[in-house]
Design a protein. Structure first.
Length: 402
């Protein structure tokens, strides 16, 4: 399928416009990286404690932030997930990065205390009462045994009975209501009437629950940062060597410069938009390295074929014709891929936001750089050699090995 026929766009004639576009975005990204936002790193890279909280209503992020500040939690990162849907969840990242059970408990307790005392209106007004939304299995079982609503006495049979009641309540809460009960009355039929009445008297629903707590230590984060950087550099080096043997060294250098240009602008876009770079974002960037390189190789291969057939034609004319000949293929493949990742960005939700954002920006810039960065570099290098009185650097007659 061919969208365009007899295209005669002078791409190299617009090289200064392309250069200006690249400089604007590259310099803006660098300024943001070094002077404005820096590079926002996800907890995977910087280490910390991640607490995932679910609310029964749309959470107010500013209110949560104020609650954390009142509780003495310094600089928490608060990110909303699925806000406005049936699952209003927030991820709160703390600076604590000790890899221990104590650190997990400390992070959970800090967030629970902050939300109970400052965010939830029912917490402070119910001193001494049990927060049923955040009660654990053992704590609920012990609380029921101490209250002994069924008057079973202090014995092993009573302990076992109330443990079973606690299990039934929490299973109902988690499996039927996603961790948050609509009301204590909803437990009728799950717990005994005496237990339900006791809960109505001495327990309350705070309207939020801590769903999960995870921790990443500083050493793990530093190791992941190093591995992410090495993975990107190794991929660029490997592609440079491949193109050196497959074409010529200048082809490899031009392609690697174009891919580095794509990576710089994509990372700069994350800094400008103040979005965190996570492991999934690194995966997206590595995907884009391969995608952009593949697009560049298609253009280079057509340039080499045309050089073989038009040895006396100026290199700029050959490059322009080669880009125009591959334009339909570029628009079809890149356009369809872009529509796919754009759908992922729009409908994929907050969890995939960083990954899809990297793909959206990277595919646009990667397609652009194959035409506006890599190919003009070949002409610029040839002109530089000609200005020094040297022979052509791009072999036109050498056939590719099968």
């Amino acid at each position: 399928m061919e969208l365009f026929r007899e295209v005669k766009i002078d791409w190299l004639g617009k090289k200064w416009y392309f250069l200006g576009f690249s400089l604007i975005f590259s310099v803006s990204g660098l300024l943001s990286l070094f002077f404005w936002h820096g590079l926002p790193l996800d907890v995977d890279f910087r280490g910390g404690t991640v607490v995932r909280v679910k609310f029964d209503q749309t959470p107010n992020l500013d209110h949560i932030r104020q609650a954390a500040n009142k509780a003495g939690i310094k600089d928490p990162r608060i990110q909303a997930i699925n806000v406005g849907t049936a699952s209003n969840e927030v991820i709160i990242t703390l600076g604590e990065a000790q890899t221990s059970e104590a650190a997990l408990d400390k992070g959970r307790a800090a967030i629970l205390n902050a939300l109970t005392n400052s965010y939830s209106a029912t917490g402070p007004s119910n001193p001494g009462k049990l927060d049923l939304d955040n009660a654990g299995r053992s704590s609920l079982a012990v609380w029921l045994a101490q209250k002994d609503p069924e008057h079973l006495g202090a014995n092993d049979a009573a302990t076992q009975h109330y443990t079973q009641q606690a299990d039934a309540i929490l299973n109902f809460k988690d499996n039927q209501h996603g961790g948050l009960l609509p009301s204590i009355d909803s437990l009728s039929g799950t717990a005994t009437p005496a237990v339900v009445n006791q809960l109505k008297q001495d327990a309350y629903l705070s309207g939020f629950t801590i769903r999960n707590v995870e921790i990443v230590g500083p050493q793990v984060g530093a190791q992941l940062r190093k591995q992410a950087l090495l993975a990107t550099l190794y991929s660029l080096a490997g592609m440079l060597v491949y193109l050196w043997f497959r074409f010529e060294l200048i082809y490899g250098v031009a392609a690697v410069v174009a891919v580095f240009h794509d990576t710089l602008i994509t990372v700069g876009a994350f800094s400008l938009s103040n979005q965190e770079v996570s492991l999934t974002v690194i995966a997206a960037i590595l995907t884009l390295v391969g995608y952009s390189m593949n697009d560049t190789i298609v253009v280079f291969d057509r340039i080499r074929e045309n050089l073989r057939m038009s040895r006396r034609e100026p290199l700029a004319a050959v490059v322009n014709r080669s880009i125009n000949q591959t334009l339909s293929r570029t628009v079809l493949t890149s356009g369809l891929t872009f529509l796919t990742v754009l759908s992922l960005f729009v409908f994929g939700g907050e969890v995939l936001r960083g990954f899809s954002f990297a793909l959206v920006v990277g595919i646009l810039i990667g397609t652009y750089s194959s035409i506006a960065v890599a190919a003009p570099m070949l002409v610029a290098y040839q002109d530089w050699r000609a200005g020094r009185g040297k022979a052509a650097a791009l072999p036109a007659a050498r056939k590719a090995k099968a």
